[in-house]
Design a protein around this ligand. Structure first.
Ligand SMILES: C[S@@+](CC[C@H](N)C(=O)[O-])C[C@H]1O[C@@H](n2cnc3c(N)ncnc32)[C@H](O)[C@@H]1O
Length: 333
């Protein structure tokens, strides 16, 4: 599993043998333990078998009903635009279980009541952070970086070349953009990158720019050599992006669902990859409408490999391989 996918482990049903072992480790004797008084033994055994039965039938640590899942679905849709499909029940449980543990609660309903009543910004942030999916990698969908390089080469006179990376996750994508800029322009590339995401945890990770070695093992060796510093001592097994890459990027929190985005400029390229897939078509359309106004006339929108914007053909036309230009109608607007 990728580092960025790790949240809390899935609430698996332990096999019976594991359950027995767990019941034993809490100190309760089993029926064969002859040193315990029979009456007490019977009630203790009943308790153990009750525990085992519950575990074996999938009973969870926290009380979690289909209604709770529905509430989570509505809340995350309202706050982040994320449409959770009904098959995500287990995922929601495992992602939010830690929040209940931290708060010492036993029931999802109580957690959700508190969340909705409290106006606690930090808890809302933790709730949203827990439910985002942050899978990413360096040079993911590599052909986009080749095209971006061409785009940069074609407009050398208008500077700086501006890119908005609008679902930057843990930073691999904006750093890949910055590496491309160095490869095109050499030192001091005239390129500015805004890297944004809704999830504040992943933004903090991106800003630090420290990754485990496995994150770069599939990258070209020369690139790794050129753009990363190798950790030693306590940082052994890690790499850090070089500061010159970091200088090209400003990280900021932007919720694509918000009615205003803290952006003043227009862009030569907007990367919005593998996030629209979590939104329904209406939400996608509203975001795309706003992208039109933020793109330079020759600017390009880069989407994720399984995303398409056919339903917004009046706004964007496909150039193939999930790259879009403003449609003629949108340019005339
Ligand atoms: C699967 S990752 C994609 C990362 C990267 N763009 C890529 O393609 O490798 C999706 C990212 O979208 C972010 N996200 C989800 N909802 C969002 C929203 N409403 N506004 C901004 N970012 C959002 C998540 O936090 C997550 O980091």
């Amino acid at each position: 599993m990728k580092e960025s996918e790790k949240k809390t482990p899935l609430p698996g049903r332990p096999p019976l043998a594991t359950a027995v072992l767990r019941a034993k480790t809490v100190g309760a004797p089993l029926a064969s333990d002859a040193t315990v008084r029979p009456g007490k033994l019977a009630s203790q055994n009943a308790a153990i078998f009750d525990v085992l039965k519950k575990i074996d039938t999938g009973t969870r640590e926290f009380d979690y009903t289909p209604q709770d899942f529905e509430r989570v679905r509505v809340l995350i849709y309202k706050h982040a635009g994320i449409s959770l499909s009904p098959v995500k029940q287990d995922m929601v449980y495992s992602r939010l279980a830690r929040r209940l543990r931290t708060k010492g609660l036993k029931r999802f309903a109580d957690y959700l009541d508190q969340l909705e009543r409290s106006n606690d910004a930090a808890e809302w942030e933790a709730f949203v952070n827990a439910l985002t999916t942050n899978l990413t990698s360096f040079f993911r969908e590599a052909h986009h970086f080749d095209l971006l390089g061409e785009q940069m080469r074609k407009c050398p006179d208008r500077r700086p070349f501006k890119i908005w990376c609008s679902a930057a996750s843990t930073g691999e994508e904006p750093y890949s953009l910055a590496m491309t800029a160095f490869e095109v322009f050499g030192s001091n590339p005239p390129v500015q990158i805004i890297a944004s995401d809704l999830d504040t945890n992943v933004l903090a990770h991106g800003q630090k720019g420290v990754y485990t070695l496995d994150r770069v093992e599939r990258m070209d060796k020369e690139r790794v050599q050129r753009f990363f510093l190798r950790g030693t001592g306590v940082q052994d097994g890690h790499v850090k992006v070089r500061p010159e890459l970091q200088r090209l990027i400003s990280f900021k929190q932007i919720n694509l669902l918000d009615s205003t985005w803290a952006l003043k400029e227009t862009f030569d390229a907007i990367f919005c990859r593998n996030v629209m897939i979590y939104f329904d078509k209406d939400t996608q359309y509203k975001i795309l409408e706003r992208f039109v106004g933020l793109l330079q006339p020759q600017g390009l929108l880069y989407a994720g490999h399984s995303e398409n914007f056919i339903h917004a053909a009046n706004l964007f036309k496909s150039l193939g391989r999930t790259v879009y230009a403003r449609s003629d109608a949108a340019v005339r607007r």
